[in-house]
Write a protein that binds this ligand. Sequence first.
Ligand SMILES: *[C@@H]1O[C@H](CO)[C@@H](O)[C@H](O)[C@H]1NC(C)=O
Ligand SMILES: *[C@@H]1O[C@H](CO)[C@@H](O)[C@H](O)[C@H]1NC(C)=O
Ligand SMILES: *[C@@H]1O[C@H](CO)[C@@H](O)[C@H](O)[C@H]1NC(C)=O
Ligand SMILES: *[C@@H]1O[C@H](CO)[C@@H](O)[C@H](O)[C@H]1NC(C)=O
Ligand SMILES: *[C@@H]1O[C@H](CO)[C@@H](O)[C@H](O)[C@H]1NC(C)=O
Length: 236
Amino acid sequence: MKMKAVCRWKEHVALILIFCISFNATSSLTGLQVCSLCGGSVLNGSTVGHFCSLSAGWIHRRCCLRNDSTSDSERIIGLDLSNCSLTHVENLQEASEVLMIDLSLNPIVNISDDVFRGFFYLNYIILPDDIVCPGGNTSWQKVEVKQGNRICEGQKNMCNQTGQFSNNCPENSLCAPYGPGFYECSCAENYHGYKCLREGGFPALQVFGPLAASTLVMSFLLWVTQRRIAKALSHH
Ligand SMILES: *[C@@H]1O[C@H](CO)[C@@H](O)[C@H](O)[C@H]1NC(C)=O
Ligand SMILES: *[C@@H]1O[C@H](CO)[C@@H](O)[C@H](O)[C@H]1NC(C)=O
Ligand SMILES: *[C@@H]1O[C@H](CO)[C@@H](O)[C@H](O)[C@H]1NC(C)=O
Ligand SMILES: *[C@@H]1O[C@H](CO)[C@@H](O)[C@H](O)[C@H]1NC(C)=O
Ligand SMILES: *[C@@H]1O[C@H](CO)[C@@H](O)[C@H](O)[C@H]1NC(C)=O
């Protein structure tokens, strides 16, 4: 089992550092905070539990995990946050490669479409019946309301719709789906710049050079701080 890096750069450096230090000492699974948004675990008889056993996954708290053959790490394929007393759903980024999410039986007020931006694989979501499907009905193949739940099934490809979304990317660029209701335009090979109008080699050094330099400085500062905290901890 490989350690999965989930420590992200956020505003509260010290807090994150302490989190990272304690995280490194434990297993990779405890780092998946999204699986512990509330107590309990995925139940065998539930929709996510059923999906999990069919997908040869295993259950960790509120998640169904499966080994990702390409990256040699665990990937969250199912997330069961049913009956979690959630009023707001904000950061689910740890589960951005999830296929199925259950948010039923929660007093959710509203969910921003942005929560699922980049959720390319999401293909089945269960919501309380008063919450609309992310991206609206037009982003899903099938939307149905039953037993107090709204079920959004089959994410539509926003690049492949006749009507308002077709050809939304400029010339010389490729359209790619990017979660329910979202799409992404990326310049075709050899094109770059505003609206992909410029042709020729991408000026990698000019663009990434300063970024790389500042990353190095930040890493060094982080390393120094971490050493000091580690030292301070080991003295107690
Ligand atoms: C759920 O299913 C797994 C695998 O089939 C089994 O090992 C476990 O005992 C079951 N748990 C419950 C609560 O039924
Ligand atoms: C929801 O959770 C509460 C306790 O947290 C439990 O009493 C109740 O039976 C659960 N409801 C369902 C439908 O699972
Ligand atoms: C949720 O609804 C409230 C009021 O109904 C609104 O002020 C808020 O902006 C909404 N939040 C999102 C993320 O849509
Ligand atoms: C979306 O689909 C549901 C279920 O078919 C339907 O009840 C609802 O009115 C639709 N909403 C819109 C805005 O079309
Ligand atoms: C594009 O749309 C057509 C017609 O709706 C459908 O048959 C095809 O499978 C879609 N392709 C993709 C990649 O979604």
